[in-house]
Design a protein. Structure first.
Length: 562
């Protein structure tokens, strides 16, 4: 049977964007650089990437391994992208600069666009790279970069330094720009908000504006307008803008403006789904129409779509995508007026997220399933060390979900993952942070509040875990309570869990009532196959291990309305 769900520990990243500028050629008799680091956020200690940007949204801030301080840069190299992260700074013409940084990983490069670079391979320890370059006679900007090499795995970089005078003459500018004024919204859709503001002033010159929602830097632009995309429908966001100069001095925040995005294709009521897991692979699969008739349930989460080889989706990695038992069950569900959401992944087996070579390949595999069943929603059950505890695979999955969502208007995307009794673990927090950084626009973050490793208060533990998730969604996305709750899902385990925790029908009713009163998005449990009595039967595939009525948990779940 499914060796259900684990919790996780620590380490990871948060993501970036992309920049580019060129260097003029060197000329004779250069000036001498002053020994002052003119890069902003050189050690990523701010906890954000700004003003660094990375290709393919493959960069993030990591808390381990670091060279100095508590943060470093992680570049999740893929087979088609070397995860180049760059920063553009103002420089003085005809001047020699010294560039250095500490890097770790297979084939890591440090250099300046259009000029010198150096590289090393140091997979298990940080090593220092150093290179110098000379600016051209009229050059006023330079783009510094660090990147890995294709298919060589994640690299790390820290404490990057560009020693020399900043642009505008002395390298001693400490005066911040004035705060932008007049921030207002000029338009919105279900997934974007357009903003404009009045220009700031500075003693040397403003080089960039950073757009924030709460404490999160969503976007950096050079002008006085921007469109923030990748937002959720029917969701309230509060924005501010800060100005920045070439020396890295940052202004105070502008006035704030709150905007609620338009409703998506389903109208303004939001996405609500009561969808317990149904598994055709084991556990004496019940007739879905019988369960629907007895309980009133309409949705099922169908487990699991895995990789049958070559990034090819199949039920359980072996049953045909169409034409087999799973399609027969889906046809029966739809004939009875219901529908399904397939779950990709799970705890074990060969998973598409881990095995597809790139985000685009994974998106292609997801699209095959979407097309086969004209789906309205998909669930990525992200577990174990191959997906949940792998930062690059997390980013791959989120990028693929962003792609299929853009290509299938109205499609709802769900991610499901383990939790602690107080909310997301380190890897759960990183998953949420990466979703925000990538603009993945995930509709529902579903936690699995069981297999905590002890404790008998399954209602209290579930509520505390959901409240911890709510707090993380608020701090990451800048949402209010109601909006955060509307993006939460709970997927429990009926009866006995793998670790002998007990969720009775009475406890599940309490959880359902709490879910309704807080208007969360989704309620599920593992599984309908086990929704039958067998008191003292232990943790088995076709019954709950406790005393209950047939399909009692499914009946309770059918009462979830959000």
């Amino acid at each position: 049977m499914r060796n259900t769900l684990r919790r996780s520990r620590h380490r990871l990243l948060a993501l970036l964007g992309s920049a580019a500028l060129a260097l003029a050629g060197a000329i004779a008799l250069p000036g001498t650089a002053q020994a002052a680091n003119i890069l902003t956020n050189p050690g990523f200690e701010s906890g954000s990437l700004s003003p660094w940007t990375c290709t393919g949204n493959l960069g993030s801030v990591a808390s381990s391994p670091v060279h100095g301080g508590s943060k470093s840069l992680a570049g999740a190299v893929s087979s088609s992208d070397n995860a180049q992260c760059s920063q553009t700074v103002s420089v003085q013409p005809n001047t020699t600069y010294s560039l250095s940084g500490w890097v770790r990983g297979s084939y890591v490069y440090l250099g300046v666009n259009g000029g010198a670079s150096t590289w090393t391979t140091s997979p298990s320890a940080y090593s220092r790279l150093t290179v110098s370059f000379t600016t051209g006679a009229s050059q006023t900007s330079a783009t510094i970069y660090v990147h890995g090499w294709y298919a060589q795995g994640t690299y790390y970089a820290d404490d990057i330094s560009l020693d020399g005078p900043g642009g505008g003459g002395g390298g001693s500018d400490t005066q911040a720009p004035t705060a932008p004024t007049g921030l207002t919204s000029t338009g919105k859709t279900s997934s974007s908000v357009s903003l404009k503001w009045n220009a700031s002033t500075d003693n040397v010159g403003v080089t960039a504006y950073d757009i924030y929602s709460g404490s999160n830097n969503l976007l950096t632009v050079s002008g006085t307008s921007a469109t923030v995309s990748g937002l959720s429908p029917s969701t309230s966001y509060t924005f501010t803008v800060k100005a920045r100069d070439a020396a890295g001095n940052t202004s105070g925040a502008s006035n704030s403006v709150s905007v609620t995005t338009d409703a998506g294709g389903g109208g303004g009521t939001g996405f609500k789904q009561a969808a317990p897991y149904l598994y055709e692979g084991w556990g004496d699969p019940p007739s879905p129409s019988t369960v629907m008739s007895a309980t009133g349930i309409k949705w099922f989460t169908m487990a699991f779509v895995l990789d049958s080889g070559g990034c090819t989706p199949a039920w359980d990695g072996s049953r045909p995508l169409t034409g087999g038992a799973d399609q027969s069950a889906i046809n029966a569900i739809r004939s009875a007026g219901g529908d399904i959401v397939p779950s990709f992944g799970g705890w074990q087996g060969s998973k598409l997220g881990a095995n597809c070579a790139s985000a685009s390949a994974l998106a292609g595999a997801l699209q095959k399933v979407i097309d086969a069943y004209s789906l309205k929603a998909i669930d990525m059950d992200i577990e174990n060390s191959d997906e949940f505890e792998n930062e690059a695979v997390q980013a791959k999955i989120l990028t693929a979900l962003k792609t299929v969502k853009a290509n299938n208007p109205g499609l709802k995307t769900i991610v499901t993952f383990g939790t602690s009794t107080t909310g997301p673990t380190y890897y759960g927090n990183r998953l949420i942070e990466q979703a925000q950084s990538l603009g993945a626009n995930i509709d529902v973050f579903t936690i699995m509040p069981f297999d905590f490793g002890g404790g008998s208060d399954m209602y209290g533990n579930t509520v505390n875990a959901a409240e911890g998730l709510k707090a993380k969604l608020k701090s990451t996305f800048g949402w209010d309570d109601a909006t955060a709750y509307s993006h939460i899902g709970i997927s429990g385990m009926n009866g006995l869990s793998d670790q002998q925790e007990t969720t009775t029908p009475a406890i599940w009713t309490q959880i359902k009532d709490w879910a309704n009163s807080h208007h969360i998005a989704r309620l599920a449990f593992w599984s309908v196959n086990r929704d039958r009595p067998c008191p003292g039967g232990g943790v088995v595939s076709n019954c709950s291990g406790i005393s209950q009525n047939n399909w009692q948990f499914t009946s309770i779940t059918a009462g979830f309305t959000g």
